[in-house]
Each structure stands twice: as C-alpha cells, then as structure tokens.
Design a protein around this ligand. Structure first.
Ligand code: AKG
Ligand code: FE2
Length: 251
C-alpha cells in the first residue's frame, strides 16, 4: 500500500497564496521504487487501440522517435489506480470537498524531449467540464532545470482563464516571473488549473518522468469519460491516427 500524503495548514495557506504547493517527500523512497516499476510496466504494455494512449514526438536532439506521453492509465493498470486513490485525500484537503479524478498521464520527457510554452492547464478546454481543477505532479525521476523541470509563476492563478487554446502571450505574461521548481523522486507539486507554468526541453542525458493526476471537486461532477471521449475525437493516441490528417498540439 502506498503512503497517503497529508497536508498541514501551512501547505493549504501556501497553495491559496501561490496557486501551487511543493510537498517534499510526499511518497517514500520505497513507494517511489514501486511507482518507477509501474512506469516501466506501463511502457512495456503493448501499444494497441482501445487501451492506454501513447503519444510520440521527434527528439529535439537528433529527430529520433521518442515516447512523449502516456495518458488514460489507471483504467488499465491497478498500481496507478491505487496512486490515483492515494492522492484523493490531499486533493480533498485542497478542494474543500471530496475529489473526483478527471485525467492522468505520464510525461516522459526523454533526453531530446520537448518543453512546454507558458500556459494554464484550463486553457486546453478543461473549462468545458468544470471551473476549477487541481493537478498533482509526482516526480518519478529527479527534475532539474537542465532536464526540463516545471517552472511556476506563483500568485497569478487568481486572475482566472486567459485566452483559450493558445499559450500565454507576452502581454498576458507581463509581471509574471517563471521560477524553476526542481523536484526529487517522491516530491509532489499540487497546482491550480489557472496557475501559469512552463518547462524547457530536455537537452540533458537523463530521462525526466513525471506523473500528473488531475481532479475536480465532487460537486462539479464526474467528467473523465466525457473528457477522454472528446479528446479522442480531436487528438487521438498515435495508434488511432488517420494518415492523411494533421493533428496539432495547441496547449
Ligand atoms: O511535463 C512538463 O514539463 C509540463 C507539462 C505540462 O505543463 C502539461 O502537460 O500541461
Ligand atoms: Fe500544463
């Protein structure tokens, strides 16, 4: 059984103020060994239609094919399903009500994996489902500035949604300072779906795997099935793509 992370009142205060919270050592080294093994199992699972969703990218270093991301994991892996359960308690503390899972993924960011332009996660159409989500970032590997750790602009979540389906513009970013938040295995960053963040490509030689699980308050409903159905229609996993169609990652 994984340990259940618990937040204290200082954590809740920091989350309200900054729009994110770094909980160091939320999972023990033993739990992280287990989660790392699960992640290896996930990569080894056959990439077939109708299961977990695998997305690839071209290396920024040499154009080689890399796995960039695997989504929709917990329905097909009991270990990750347990992890989504373990995160519900701290999520409920932050949401002030029981937490319902919305979506989850692993961003692999292999050596050569690309970064992410500054954005708010709600910009990716999440506002169609609920007005507020919180994500937990579980650091599987160490993340550093060199391998593309998250960078957060604290305190700007209170301004709500900027332009949908576009990264943040220069004018929207005026007054924002993006600060690198390196993490060690077992650290968890909880962040609000309006908290601006970005990351650099991984030009180092180290893999940077991060698990993300996103939740909304139970009073806002259970949207996971509909979210995945809508996303499938617009941005299906690579295995289900039509050859002659172009799919654009927007935010
Ligand atoms: O994993 C990263 O570097 C950032 C990912 C991110 O912000 C996202 O997937 O929305
Ligand atoms: Fe994001």
């Amino acid at each position: 059984m994984l340990q259940i992370p618990t937040l204290d009142s200082d954590d809740l205060t920091a989350f309200k103020r900054d729009g994110y919270l770094v909980k160091r050592g939320a999972f023990s080294p033993e739990d992280m060994q287990t989660i790392t093994t699960w992640t290896e199992e996930l990569v080894a699972m056959p990439e077939v239609s109708g299961r977990h969703w695998v997305y690839h990218e071209k290396s920024q270093k040499d154009g080689a094919d890399l796995i960039s991301r695997i989504e929709k994991i917990a329905p097909f892996h009991a270990g990750f399903a347990e992890l989504t359960e373990a995160l519900k308690a701290p999520m409920a503390q932050l949401l002030g009500e029981p937490a319902v899972l919305f979506k989850e993924k692993v961003n692999f960011k292999m050596p050569g994996g690309d970064g992410f332009k500054p954005h708010q996660d709600s910009q990716a159409g999440w506002y169609n489902y609920a007005d507020m989500f919180i994500s937990a970032l579980v650091s599987i590997d160490r993340s550093t500035l060199e391998n593309g750790c998250l960078q957060m602009a604290g305190g700007h979540h209170k301004q709500g949604l900027k332009m949908a389906w576009e990264p943040l513009s220069e004018s929207e970013m005026e007054g924002m300072e993006f600060v690198p938040v390196p993490t060690e295995p077992g650290d968890v960053i909880f962040f609000d779906s309006y908290a601006p963040h970005s990351s650099e490509p991984n030009l180092s030689d180290d893999i940077r795997r991060i698990y993300y699980a996103t939740y909304n308050g139970a009073s806002k409903g259970d949207h996971m099935i509909q979210y995945y159905a809508d996303k499938y229609a617009n941005y299906p996993p690579d295995i289900d793509r039509q050859k002659d169609k172009e799919y654009v990652f927007r935010v």
